[in-house]
Design a protein around this ligand. Structure first.
Ligand SMILES: Nc1nc2c(ncn2[C@@H]2O[C@H](COP(=O)(O)OP(=O)(O)OP(=O)(O)O)[C@@H](O)[C@H]2O)c(=O)[nH]1
Ligand SMILES: [Mg+2]
Length: 388
């Protein structure tokens, strides 16, 4: 072959190889150009997934694929308010909450309705049932005396009619009491919480912190329990949970001075209700009386205005709780009772013992450990729940 021909063939081969290499580089380059775009998609994807994990924007998930190619994910994010779950309009009644908290509560006295004609023994059974329900001996006896005379007047003999008379009498016993909680306008109101240890004072203050704030009041908590280690800690946790301000002192310090500081701070910061915790110790009566009267006196110093002294009673302690409550009621002028742990008691008759023996209205009821488990006491529904 001529050298020129060989040269031409080599040239053609080189041109062909060169062309192929050029095409291949171009196509690889295109591939490389595509990769960053996939990368972009990941970056866009991630925040969307993160939001979904937060639980706020799970509703958006089905749209993610549609949204990604446009690259507008963040703009599509709905305002947070859109996903806030609205409060149910109809709140459960006291009756419903009571029976839900403790199904055995309903019908505690309801079994009596089946009684036939009441002979002496049946009347005794009725009395025993009331005492077992924590109504207390003297209150049970006086209620039944009334019922007996009413039954006689009405000529009622059968069990159902007599139980109906008892129910009516129990309704009357709880009717027409002022169960409101006082907050006087323009005052630095102080609500003192007293009662033996472990009954639920601190927890009740925590629950009330949320409730009062929701009602537009401006509560401040005062950790007047300087006796028990960690008591102020416990109240601080409630304050943080409910967004309330708190004033606390040193452990072992003077409870009165913590409450005094609480009142001063409340006045300075325009808080209108000081929820004052106290220690639940019950060493001896004289001691208790002295301490409680001092706490009350100091809490009432200008600009403090003691508008409630709430005695906290644990419903599960029955008559034992009653005798402790009597000591407190003698030591300080109590304006109302908070009956806690009714979710743990099937009885509830203690309400009658409290109101007739102590003469103090039950104002609030604790139905659990949660922040929303504190409700106003509703006497009508309460008596119905005892019998239904
Ligand atoms: N089931 C139930 N538990 C409650 C209720 N109220 C309070 N408790 C629980 O009772 C326990 C004692 O409550 P605290 O609030 O610490 O009682 P306290 O009276 O402040 O006790 P001291 O500070 O020791 O005097 C806690 O475990 C609370 O969660 C209620 O209504 N129902
Ligand atoms: Mg406490």
């Amino acid at each position: 072959m001529e050298p020129i021909t060989i040269g031409l063939i080599v040239l053609v081969v080189l041109v062909v190889l060169g062309g192929a290499a050029f095409v291949s580089t171009r196509s690889r380059g295109r591939d490389l150009e595509l990769e960053p775009r996939r990368g972009d998609t990941d970056v866009l994807d991630r925040p969307v997934r993160d939001q979904a994990v937060d639980g706020d924007t799970a509703v958006l998930d089905p749209e993610v694929d549609d949204v990604v190619p446009d690259g507008d994910v963040l703009v599509e994010e709905p305002p947070v308010e859109d996903v806030v779950v609205e409060e149910p309009v109809v709140k459960p009644s006291f009756f419903e909450r009571l029976t839900k908290a403790r199904t055995a509560f309903t019908g505690y006295l309801g079994g009596l309705v089946g009684l036939g004609k009441l002979d002496d023994e049946a009347w005794e059974d009725l009395e025993e049932a009331l005492i077992r329900a924590d109504v207390g001996v003297s209150t049970s006896m006086s209620l039944l005396e009334d019922v007996q005379s009413r039954a006689k007047d009405a000529g009622a003999e059968d069990g159902a009619a007599i139980v109906e008379l008892l129910k009516q009498r129990m309704h009357e016993e709880l009717a027409d009491k002022d169960r409101s909680l006082t907050i006087d306008d323009g005052e630095t109101n102080v609500w003192l919480f007293v009662g033996v240890n472990g009954v639920g004072k601190t927890t009740t203050i925590g629950k009330l912190g949320k409730r009062l704030a929701a009602e537009g009041e401006r509560p401040l908590m005062a950790a007047g329990d300087t006796f028990r280690a960690a008591a102020a800690e416990q109240l601080t946790m409630w304050a943080e949970r409910t967004g309330a301000e708190i004033v606390r002192g040193n452990e072992g310090g003077d409870p009165s001075s913590v409450i005094f500081d609480g009142v001063q701070a409340a006045a300075a910061r325009d808080r209108n209700v000081v929820l004052a915790d106290t220690a639940g110790r019950l060493q001896n009566k004289t001691n208790l009386m002295e301490e409680l009267s001092k706490v009350r006196r100091v809490a009432a110093k200008e600009p403090g205005h003691v508008s409630e002294v709430l005695l906290v009673i644990d419903a599960t302690t029955g008559q034992n709780g009653m005798s402790q409550a009597k000591v407190f009621a003698e030591a300080v002028d109590v304006t109302g009772v908070v009956l806690t742990k009714l979710d743990g008691s099937a009885k509830g008759g203690i309400v009658f013992a409290i109101e007739s023996e102590l003469g103090i209205p039950v104002k609030l009821v604790g139905l659990g450990e949660g922040v929303d488990d504190l409700v106003d006491f509703e006497p009508e529904e309460f008596v119905n729940a005892l019998f239904e």
